[in-house]
Design a protein around this ligand. Structure first.
Ligand SMILES: NC(=O)c1ccc[n+]([C@@H]2O[C@H](COP(=O)([O-])OP(=O)(O)OC[C@H]3O[C@@H](n4cnc5c(N)ncnc54)[C@H](OP(=O)(O)O)[C@@H]3O)[C@@H](O)[C@H]2O)c1
Length: 310
C-alpha cells in the first residue's frame, strides 16, 4: 500500500514509518526535522486546510494515518487555539479529504479523554469526560473525524518508545535519568496501560489491513502506575529502581490536570483482530533489545541536526 503518515517526526510517526517500511511504500509528512530518513518525506505545515488538500493530491495515498498533533498537555493549556487547530480541525479536514477520495483514514486519539473517576476500566462505550484543553480538543477531533469520515479508524492510544529527540516518552525519561544515576519521581496515583510504540504501529497497520473502522482502545493489556512502570523499566535495563521516588501527581507542579485512572479495556480490539494484544513484558523486552541494537541511534540519525544532538 502507499501510506502517508503525518507527524512523521513524532514518537509514533517515526516508529510507524519504520514498521510500515517492511511492507508498504511510505511518505512521511514533516515540518523540517527529518533528513536522510529511509522513506520519502514531504514538508508541510498542516495548520491550513489548503495544505491538507494539496498534500493529499500530490502524495496520492491509499492509506493515511494522522499522527500529527499538539500532544504536549501544558502547551495545549497555554495555547488553546493551536490545540484546536491541530487536534480538532486538522483531523476533521484530513478525514473529509480522505473520504472525498476514497482513501482509508486512521486518526490517533488519546486515552486521556476520560477524567479517570470511574472505578474500573473504560470501554469504547463509556462517555468521555475530558479534564483539560488537550483532552477536550482530542475528543472534538475524534468527533470531527468520525462525522466527516464514518469509515475512519479512531484509535485511543498510550505508548512509550524511542523518539527522534530522545526525550519524548516516559520510557526514555526513566532510562535517560536512571542511566545518569539521577533521582526521579514516579507517580503512584496515575494508572495507565503503556504499550511499546512499535506494537502500537504494527497493530494500527493490522487494523487497516483487516479493514476495521470506528473507535478502538489501542493500549497495553496491563494496567500499572507510572511509578510501577519506572520500576519495570529499571529492572529490565539493569538500572537502579531505588532512584525512583513514589509520589502523588497532585502537587507535582504540572499545570494540566492528569486523570488518575486511564485503565482502558482492549477487549473490542483483541476480539476484532482475533488475537491477544502483545504482553507488556514482551514490549518492554523489545524496548531493551532495541537499545542493544542501536535502534535509538538509528532513528536519531534521521534528524536534521543529528550531529549536534547525538
Ligand atoms: N505519547 C503518548 O503516549 C500518547 C498518549 C496518548 C495519545 N497520543 C497521541 O498520539 C499521537 C502521536 O503522539 P506523539 O507522542 O507521537 O506526538 P509528538 O511526538 O509530539 O509528535 C507530534 C507530531 O505532530 C507534528 N506537528 C505538530 N504541529 C504540526 C504542524 N503544524 N504541521 C505538521 N505537523 C505538525 C510534529 O512535528 P514537529 O516534530 O515538527 O513538531 C510531530 O511530528 C497524537 O495524536 C497524540 O495526541 C500520544
Amino acid at each position: 500500500m502507499r501510506l502517508v503518515i503525518t507527524g512523521a517526526s513524532g514518537l509514533l510517526g517515526i516508529n510507524l514509518a519504520m514498521e510500515s517500511l517492511r511492507e508498504h511504500e511510505v511518505v512521511g509528512v514533516d515540518r523540517g526535522k527529518l533528513r536522510s530518513a529511509p522513506f520519502d518525506v514531504v514538508r508541510a505545515d498542516l495548520r491550513y486546510p489548503d495544505t491538507v488538500e494539496s498534500l493529499i493530491d500530490s502524495t496520492r495515498p491509499e492509506w493515511l494515518i494522522n499522527c500529527a498533533a499538539l500532544a504536549n498537555l501544558e502547551a495545549c493549556e497555554e495555547d488553546p487555539l493551536q490545540a484546536k487547530i491541530l487536534n480538532t480541525d486538522l483531523p476533521g479536514a484530513l478525514a473529509a479529504a480522505c473520504a472525498k477520495r476514497n482513501i482509508r483514514f486512521a486518526h490517533i486519539s488519546t486515552d486521556a479523554v476520560f477524567d479517570g473517576t470511574k472505578d474500573g476500566f473504560y470501554t469504547e462505550e463509556d462517555e468521555p469526560s475530558p479534564p483539560g484543553v488537550y483532552s477536550q480538543t482530542k475528543l472534538d477531533g475524534e468527533r470531527a473525524a468520525q462525522q466527516a469520515n464514518p469509515g475512519a479508524i479512531i484509535a485511543r492510544v498510550n505508548f512509550y518508545g524511542w523518539s527522534l529527540g530522545a526525550q519524548r516518552s516516559l520510557g526514555e525519561f526513566f532510562v535517560n535519568n536512571l542511566s545518569e544515576a539521577k533521582q526521579v519521581n514516579g507517580f503512584t496515583d496515575v494508572i495507565f496501560c503503556p504499550m511499546l510504540v512499535n506494537d502500537t504501529a504494527r497493530l494500527l497497520l493490522e487494523m487497516l489491513q483487516k479493514d476495521l473502522s470506528g473507535l478502538y482502545n489501542l493500549v497495553g493489556g496491563q494496567r500499572m502506575s507510572k511509578y510501577q512502570f519506572g520500576v519495570e523499566v529499571a529492572r529490565t535495563f539493569g538500572l537502579r529502581e531505588d532512584l525512583i521516588s513514589p509520589r502523588s501527581v497532585e502537587g507535582s507542579g504540572l499545570t494540566a490536570k492528569r486523570s488518575h485512572n486511564l485503565w482502558l479495556s482492549t477487549h473490542k480490539l483483541s476480539t476484532d483482530l482475533g488475537h491477544e494484544i502483545p504482553a507488556f513484558s514482551t514490549g518492554l523486552t523489545e524496548f531493551y533489545t532495541q537499545l542493544q541494537q542501536s535502534y535509538p541511534q538509528k532513528i536519531r540519525s534521521y534528524q536534521h541536526n543529528a550531529a549536534l544532538t547525538a
